[in-house]
Design a protein. Structure first.
Length: 95
């Protein structure tokens, strides 16, 4: 592939994955999911959701902070998801 056609994965939102750590019946989780789905759909980023009630390690780590948002496995936010902040983080140049 030509260097001109190669994606710059350091700044390509489509190469990023957002993980929502949530639990059933959580209204903040529902709100966070809506924002994340909107932004990831617009940018082509991946999305996955993990249920804190089904994973003991996640429960121990995050039970007071849910919903928790991770980008590429690193914590980005908790409780509320700001659409602009998430979009900025997904489009930022990675080291």
């Amino acid at each position: 592939m030509s260097p001109l056609l190669r994606r710059d994965t350091k700044s390509d939102p489509a190469s990023r994955t957002v993980t929502l750590i949530a639990k059933p019946g959580c209204h903040l989780c529902d709100q966070a999911r809506e924002v994340i789905l909107k932004v990831t759909a617009e940018l082509g980023s991946g999305f996955e959701e993990r249920d804190i009630t089904q994973d003991e390690a996640l429960y121990r780590s995050y039970w007071e902070q849910i919903p928790v948002t991770l980008i590429d496995g690193r914590q980005h936010d908790f409780w509320r998801v700001d659409e602009q902040r998430l979009r900025k983080a997904l489009t930022a140049q990675r080291p």
